[in-house]
Write a new protein. Sequence first.
Length: 179
Amino acid sequence: MTIQIDDQGWGMPVGGVGIIVVRKETDDIHYDIVPIELFDLTNFKKKTYMDSARGIVERGFIKLKVTKEEEIEICSGCIHDKTAKWLKDEGYNFKVMKIDGSAQLKGEMLFIEYLRSLGVPNPPAIVEETMDEYKAQFFYIMDWVRKDPDERKPLCKTGWKYFIKFFNNKNNNSKRSHP
């Protein structure tokens, strides 16, 4: 049997990051979200999101009763650095690689549902994993944030340099326009 570990939403400006653990042959899944709070400035600098991602994978392994005899395929994204260390320390046979197929598609579908639960109307899906799809999704979400930045700021990855600048400029611009 083969276990795949993937993430969704790392490059998404809104929301946390989805982590999916899938047994390829049976489509059994465990899915959870690394909370958005771990992407605020303080937590983002400390990279606490990596501990959360590892914890989600550990719970997934328990739920799916993953054995050390199974092959593990894990996405190469940096959010998985502590998970990969945990896999190595625990003696799992794993390889770091690009994840595609059912794990990627199911993860993206679940992440779109999560974005809808945050109030994002009709977020574009990632299907082919092309740069155009990622750009379209990113700019669609940013347009949504710009429509009500004060209300939507708690949903943003405010630890990103992009958002530090975005919200500082927004505050500076609003101070200048309201003497």
